[in-house]
Design a protein around this ligand. Structure first.
Ligand code: SIN
Ligand code: FE2
Length: 216
């Protein structure tokens, strides 16, 4: 498909201490990333999980890699097996791992070794309330987040829930890396506005890469 922006050169924007936005970093690989998402979802389908509070999340999720994040009425956890299928999560595609490691290194986190990739799918109205990513066994590695499809407003705060929020529009191909001082900063996604992305259609995907398990 003709993509007028495919050869736009990526650029960096600092977000906070230890946090950087790599604008358009993933644009050139978007088609391959999208077909890899579809292959993962054929094995471990997208599903709307239920939180311990009994709330059905508006974002649909799946995972790939050795570990996958999920929640149900009993709590949150990383597991090797998809609770929906009873089988291991699908392997992390090489193109995912390479993109995550390259982005982390460009943002100053060389040696990133992701063992979990959470894939979020947002339809119009879907949101992710302000939260911290703190279910990982180690906090020494960053979070790498890749946005595809419709734009969304990302909220990025501080260590306390009521710290002031920055609001930044994340667009197709943008990658956010946060670690070090901002590793536990609160963040979230405001309700997705309806629209149509030429490659992705009426939705947004987000890939979040983490090192979730114990360090060997
Ligand atoms: C997340 O916080 O896990 C995902 C954020 C996003 O969808 O950009
Ligand atoms: Fe998060």
């Amino acid at each position: 498909m003709l993509d007028l922006f495919a050869d736009e050169t990526p650029w960096q924007e600092p977000l906070a201490a230890g946090a950087t936005i790599l604008r358009r970093q993933a644009v050139a690989q978007a088609n391959e990333l999208l077909s890899a998402i579809n292959q993962v979802a054929m094995i471990s389908p997208f599903r709307q999980m239920v939180t311990p509070g009994g709330y059905t999340m508006s974002v649909a999720m799946t995972n790939c890699g050795p570990l996958g994040w999920s929640t149900d009425l009993h709590g949150y956890c990383y597991s090797k097996v998809d609770p929906l299928t009873g089988s291991p999560w699908p392997p992390m595609p090489d193109i995912f791992r390479t993109l995550a490691q390259t982005a982390a290194a460009q943002a100053g986190f060389a040696g990133f070794s992701p063992d979990a990739c959470l894939i979020n799918r947002y339809l119009p109205g879907a949101k992710l309330s302000l939260h911290q990513d703190k279910d990982e066994a180690t906090l020494s590695e960053p979070i790498v987040s890749v946005s595809l499809g419709l734009p969304a407003i990302f909220q990025f705060g501080g260590l306390k829930r009521n710290d002031p929020l920055q609001r930044v529009l994340l667009e197709h191909g943008d990658v956010v890396v946060w670690g070090g001082e901002s590793r536990l900063f609160y963040h979230g996604i405001q309700p997705l506005k309806p629209g149509h992305h030429p490659l992705v259609g009426p939705m947004r995907y987000n890939l979040t890469f983490r090192h979730a398990g114990n360090k060997e």
